[in-house]
Design a binder for this molecule. Structure first.
Ligand code: MD3
Ligand code: FE
Length: 234
C-alpha cells in the first residue's frame, strides 16, 4: 500500500513506515501493526518520534481552550477533562452531546488543528487503508490518575464510514474494546505513550472505554495521560 509520499506498508511483515520517515530520503523508522479484530489496527509507537511537537501543541491549545470537566446530559461531571481543536469540537452539557464550532467557555472558535496533528492523523489513517481521511475535529482527553471513561459508542459524527484515529501520550492505560452491544464481552488492550489506533469499518460502532488510570510519572507529560481522537464529524 502506497500513500502520496511513497511510504510503504508491508502487509506480509506487518511493518509500516512511521510519520518521521515519510517523504523523500532519510531512514524510515518502522512501527508495529497489530490488528485488533476487523477494522481496528494498533500502530505501536507510531507517534513516538513526534511526541515533543504534539505535547507542545497540546499546551498551546490548552492556553486558548482550557481542559474542563464537562457535564453529561444526566448531570454528572466527567472524570476525564476535555478540550478540542479543529473546525468542530465535541461537547456535552445538560442539553446533550454534539459537535460545536465554538468553545462554550468564551464563545470563540476552537483553536485550529496544528499541522503536526493533521499530518500524523492522515498518515496513520493511510497506513490502515483509509487514504482520504480529512479530520475536522480533534477531541483532546486528559486523564489524571484514577480517571476512567465508561463504556460508550461514538455516534455523534455524520458519516460512520469515516474512521477515528486515536493517539495516546503519557501514562499507559488499559483500553476496553467491546462489541456492538453493551453487554458483549470486552477485550483489554494496553495503550502506551506514542501508540496510535485507527478504528474504522466494522469496528467503528463498537462499545469502548478506558479503565481507571494507574498513578505513575511519564518522563514527558508527568502524572497524566492525554488522548487525541481525530474525527470527521461534519
Ligand atoms: C473504538 N477516547 O474520546 S480512544 C473518546 O483513550 C474515547 O480517551 C478513549 O473513546 C481515550 O470517545 C479511547 C480510542 C477510540 C476512540 C473512538 C472509537 C476507540 C474507538 C470509536 C469506535 C471504536
Ligand atoms: Fe469513544
Amino acid at each position: 500500500m502506497h500513500d502520496r509520499s511513497g511510504r510503504v506498508a508491508d502487509a506480509a511483515t506487518g511493518r509500516a513506515d512511521g510519520p518521521a520517515g515519510g517523504g523523500s530520503g532519510g531512514a524510515a523508522a518502522s512501527v508495529d501493526r497489530q490488528p485488533l479484530g476487523a477494522g481496528a489496527v494498533v500502530l505501536r509507537r507510531f507517534a513516538a518520534a513526534v511526541d515533543g511537537v504534539l505535547w507542545e501543541q497540546v499546551q498551546r491549545i490548552e492556553a486558548e481552550a482550557p481542559f474542563r470537566h464537562m457535564e453529561t446530559p444526566g448531570g454528572f461531571s466527567m472524570a476525564v477533562a476535555m478540550t478540542n481543536c479543529g473546525a468542530l469540537g465535541w461537547v456535552t452539557d445538560r442539553r446533550g452531546y454534539r459537535y460545536d464550532p465554538h468553545d462554550p467557555l468564551g464563545g470563540r472558535p476552537w483553536p485550529p488543528m496544528p499541522t503536526a496533528f493533521w499530518s500524523l492523523a492522515t498518515e496513520a489513517a493511510a497506513a490502515a487503508g483509509f487514504e482520504r481521511f480529512e479530520p475536522d475535529a480533534c477531541l483532546i482527553n486528559r486523564y489524571a490518575p484514577r480517571a476512567r471513561l465508561s463504556l460508550h459508542r461514538d455516534a455523534d459524527e455524520r458519516d460512520f464510514a469515516q474512521p477515528i484515529v486515536s493517539v495516546s501520550l503519557g501514562l499507559p492505560a488499559t483500553f476496553l474494546f467491546g462489541g456492538l452491544k453493551r453487554s458483549d464481552p470486552s477485550l483489554r488492550v494496553p495503550l502506551e505513550h506514542g501508540d496510535v489506533v485507527v478504528w474504522g469499518g466494522p469496528a467503528r460502532m463498537r462499545y469502548h472505554g478506558v479503565l481507571a488510570l494507574k498513578d505513575g510519572v511519564d518522563p514527558l507529560l508527568g502524572r497524566q495521560r492525554i488522548n487525541l481522537t481525530f474525527r470527521k464529524a461534519g
